[in-house]
Every structure is written in C-alpha cells, then in structure tokens.
Design a protein around this ligand. Structure first.
Ligand code: LMR
Length: 398
C-alpha cells in the first residue's frame, strides 16, 4: 500500500539536532538550530517564566478548550509587544490577532488565509530565507518566489536590486519580511532602507507579511519592531507572525501569534472570523499551558519588566560571543575580514563557509552548523568559543 510513498530526506535544521545527539565527541558543539543556550551550555528557564509556572501550578486548574483564537491575555500581549502599548490601531480595533502554535502555526494560518482570499497572489521571500517559509507557503498552495537580498560579495544587502524587483510585482503579491535579526543571514535593513521598502510596497499595492521571531535580540523591543510600526503609520495592510520560542525560551510550548492590521474595525472582524475558522479546520484551538505563561508574563507589570531585562541579557551575551569569536579568528587568520560577525544581528551569523567546510567541522570537530553556513552564535559560551574559533580557522585555512 505505501511503497510508493517517498522517503523524507529530513529537515536541514531540525535534523541536525538528532545528528548532534548521536555524536559521542565530548567536545561537540551545537550551533545548528536557532536556540539560545546560556553560558553553561544549558537551555535556560527564564525567571519570569518560573514565577508564571508557579502561579499556574498553584492551584492546578482545569484545562478547558480555549477559544479558537486563544487566551485574550496572550493575544493582548502579542499586540502590545508588536504595535506598542498605546497604539491607536489597538484602541480602534483595527487588528485581528489570534494566539498560534508557535511562529510556524502563525505562518500556516496566514498562508491558508492568503490562499483562500488572495488566490492570485504570489508570496516572495528573501534570498535566502528560513527554509520553512517556503515549505509552509507552498504547502498551502501559495506560489513562492524569491527577491534579491543577501549580497555574498559584500556581506550586505542587494538593496537597489531588491527595490527594483519589488517595483515589478503585482498588486496583492505578498512580501515576506524579517523585521529584525534576519534568519539565516543576521543582516538587517536600516531604518532608512525600511522606509524605502515600505514606500515601494505601498506604491505597488503589495502586502507585507512580517515574521518576527527574535524581537529583543537585535537592538531592543521597540527598535526591533520599527518596520512593523512604520507600516502601521503608513496605513498599510499588514500580516505579522510572531514567536515567543526564543524571547521567552519556550520553544516546546509552541507559543506565538498572528496579527492582521486592517483599515476598519469591520474588516478586522471579518478577517478575525476567517482566521479562527482556519484554526478550527486545522487544529480547533490552541493548548492551554504556554498561552497561560504568555498571558501572565505579558500582563503582570513586574514580570514583564523582569522579562525584558532577561531578554536583554541573552542579547548581550550573544553580542559578547560575536566579539570573542571575531577576535580569535582575526588573530588566527589576520588576512581575512571577520567584521561580519559583529555587524550581523540576532542569533545567527552567515559565515560563508562552503558546505564541505561545514561538513568537516561536523565530522572532525563535532561542531554543527547549518549547511548554508549559518552559525547560531547563541550556542557559543566562554568554554567552547576558542575551540570553535580554532576549528573554523583550521578549515578556513585548509
Ligand atoms: C531555526 O531557524 O533554527 C529556528 O527557527 C528553529 C526552526 O524551527 O527551524
């Protein structure tokens, strides 16, 4: 019956976790999946989350079905984080927000909505992008194209090419954008560049879909949302998918949100209805636990403040690892420029290593990064950074 079923080659990012687990090298280092590990190489449980968990556990409460859209406090938390607490669009009821099963769930519900209501639209993703962007949209029968983004020659952005490309697209085409901490390159647009991108989007009647999975890991919570808030100020229709996996260190709880900014409260009501109908058809309603944690942390003033400072200390530790990796590599290979390491933002660094060099790091040194040369800086710490830098230098010099 099933012999005609294709084998699955495995996911290029998640598959690395299994390979890493199977490696017996005591010095092995996991720089593959986008996960923040602390200075001791451990996955942290944030203090604000511990407190929220205590409140949830005491007393242990029943687990009803949540509404299809998730908990009101979770949704409010997403909205205030993305658009700002005092955003007029929130007061005016212009944003349809649902809690989702991680950022991936938000992308999926958004892609289904686009396929149903904008069947003529194509979705354009940056070249390169997070591989699952393409898989999720194609999986919802939305045709996917690529727009010029990363410039290998300069380590920057092919900005003029990108703008010229947007200027050829059709009304309602979807532009998938990373507001901060671009995955996989770590190369972000400046505020001025965002203004230009959004102006061409507006001029051509395109629809921005912003996927923000690393808010707080770039500059700060508000600056990282610059593109989102600018699009709102310009009166653009806008999809935003957000994830709490990294900034709440709640990877396995699968908590995120999907927000659609509309022109009127009536539009927002229609869109909201179709989003929850989409949820109903795919998984009915989200789980309770992660949503409760988000609700508590986002809506308790003291815990929220504590959360922000915990995110910033993760951000700062990553930045210090960038500096350290750069300084060792510069000392080892003075003729090569490693400035990219400190110019890039967020968890990732695009190193430009060839697939063969990445493979050598894995087989000889037990160092895992994605084959496209993406290195997760958040997996470095003071105990492994020299080892990684020396190994990188060795494969680069060969
Ligand atoms: C990543 O890019 O490594 C993360 O977003 C995890 C994932 O699901 O791929």
């Amino acid at each position: 019956m099933f012999t005609r079923i294709d084998y699955y080659a495995g996911d290029p990012i998640l598959g690395l976790m299994d390979k890493f687990a199977a490696n017996t090298n005591p010095r092995k280092v996991n720089l593959g999946v986008g996960v923040y590990y602390d200075e001791n190489g451990k996955l942290p449980v944030l203090e604000c989350v511990k407190e929220a968990e205590q409140r949830i556990a005491n007393p242990i409460s029943p687990r009803p079905y949540l509404p299809m859209e998730g908990l009101a406090g979770h949704r409010k938390g997403c909205q205030e984080l993305l658009f700002g607490r005092d955003a007029q669009i929130l007061k005016d009821g212009l944003v349809a927000t649902i809690a989702t099963i991680g950022g991936s769930g938000a992308l999926k519900i958004g892609a289904e909505f686009i396929n149903q209501w904008f069947p003529h639209a194509k979705c354009y993703v940056s070249d390169p992008t997070w591989g699952n962007h393409i898989a999720i949209f194609e999986g919802s029968n939305v045709e996917v194209g690529k727009y010029p983004y990363y410039d290998k020659a300069t380590g920057g952005i092919k900005f003029d090419e990108m703008i010229a490309f947007f200027d050829t697209l059709n009304k309602d085409d979807i532009i998938l954008l990373h507001p901060c901490c671009h995955n996989p390159t770590g190369v972000d647009l400046t505020k001025e560049q965002w203004d230009t991108v959004l102006t061409v989007i507006q001029k051509r009647g395109l629809i921005p879909f912003m996927d923000i999975a690393y808010q707080g890991f770039g500059e700060d919570m508000d600056s990282d949302a610059y593109a989102i808030r600018k699009a709102v100020d310009m009166g653009l229709p806008l999809f935003v998918s957000n994830s709490f996996s990294k900034n709440l260190s709640l990877y396995g709880e699968r908590v995120g949100g999907l927000s659609v900014v509309c022109a009127t409260a009536d539009e927002a009501k229609r869109v909201f209805g179709q989003l929850i109908f989409g949820v109903r058809r795919i998984y009915s309603s989200p789980p309770t636990h992660g949503g409760r944690v988000v609700d508590i942390v986002m809506n308790d003033e003291a815990l929220h403040e504590q959360w922000i400072s915990e995110v910033y200390s993760m951000r700062d530790r990553i930045k210090s690892m960038r500096l350290k990796l750069k300084s060792v590599l510069e000392a080892k290979i003075p003729e090569r420029n490693f400035d990219y390491l400190t110019k890039q933002n967020g968890m990732f660094s695009f190193t430009g290593l060839t697939p063969e060099q990445v493979e050598r790091l894995q087989s000889e040194f037990g160092i895992y990064m994605v084959s496209n040369s993406r290195l997760c800086v958040a997996g470095l710490n003071t105990s492994n950074v020299d080892y990684v830098a020396n190994a990188m230098a060795e494969v680069l010099k060969a």
